[in-house]
Design a protein around this ligand. Structure first.
Ligand code: PEP
Length: 249
């Protein structure tokens, strides 16, 4: 059985004061029946980890470098994230692919580093609106998966997040059939590459404008094991609506 996961991506949002949202979440969900992960900006990671220390809520990073240490000003290694209290790291988010020109092979190298350090790698894939309209969605997702998912992946160290770029932060969401089609495709691809056992054990998240109001419908789609949530993870009350929907799915 795959344990469900509600993951929050705070992106470049959050000052010390916002740790209060995490404290609220920790009071509400000391031991949720699904995995709950918050990925704050790196500046808050250590304090976020301390905030949820007495609970089952976990914290993660939003990116890491492919190397373990060295002359890489401004970068953070996977080991550093682990040292600060992280158990996972988001990799290949479309905003990093766009803002930093990250390519599939960069993401694969980062994922290898994350797995070697003992972190779970949440690898993001997703098509642009143009690619969807040109009926290229599955080709794009297939290419991103082959290029960015490392060979050493298992159900323990890999999570795949399907995030259509046009749905992120826009309030637009694919139809449930469209989400199901892509998630089934990702599952089949994983089974073909890693074998049925591993392929079936990898958790698949949907991401893109998930809110308390649409979460239950999305969580009922086949092969959706949870969500990667941006905007609605910033407020404890909003994220609670999504956690509740997942706990009841
Ligand atoms: C994201 O940042 O991964 C995301 C899905 O954002 P939002 O939920 O705001 O669309």
């Amino acid at each position: 059985m795959r344990r469900k996961l509600a993951a929050g991506n705070w992106k470049m949002n959050g000052m010390s004061a916002e740790l209060e949202e995490l404290s609220t979440l920790a009071r509400m969900y000391p031991s949720p029946t699904v995995d709950v992960l918050i990925c704050p900006p790196a500046t808050l990671l250590y304090r976020a980890a301390s905030t949820v220390q007495a609970t089952d809520i976990q914290v993660g990073g939003q990116d890491c470098h492919a190397n373990t240490s060295g002359a890489h000003t401004g970068d953070i290694s996977a080991g550093m994230l682990l040292d600060a209290g992280a158990s996972a790291v988001i990799l290949g988010h479309s905003e990093r692919r766009e803002d930093h020109g990250e390519q599939n092979e960069d993401i694969r190298a980062k994922a290898r580093a994350a797995m070697d350090a003992g972190l779970k790698a949440i690898i993001c894939v997703g098509e642009s609106l143009e690619q969807r309209e040109a009926a290229n969605t599955l080709d794009i997702i297939g290419g991103q998966m082959s290029g960015s998912i490392p060979d050493q992946s298992t159900g323990e160290n890999l999570i795949v997040a399907y995030e259509p770029i046009w749905a992120i932060g826009t309030g637009k969401v694919p139809t449930l059939d469209e989400i199901g089609e892509v998630h089934d495709f990702i599952r089949t691809r994983l089974e073909r590459r890693f074998g049925e056992g591993v392929g079936r054990s990898v958790r698949l998240l949907y991401g893109g404008s998930v809110k308390p109001g649409n979460a239950a419908d999305i969580f009922a789609v086949s092969n959706v094991d949870g969500a990667l949530v941006g905007g609605a993870s910033l407020k404890a009350q909003d994220f609670a609506g999504i956690i509740d929907a997942l706990q009841n799915a």
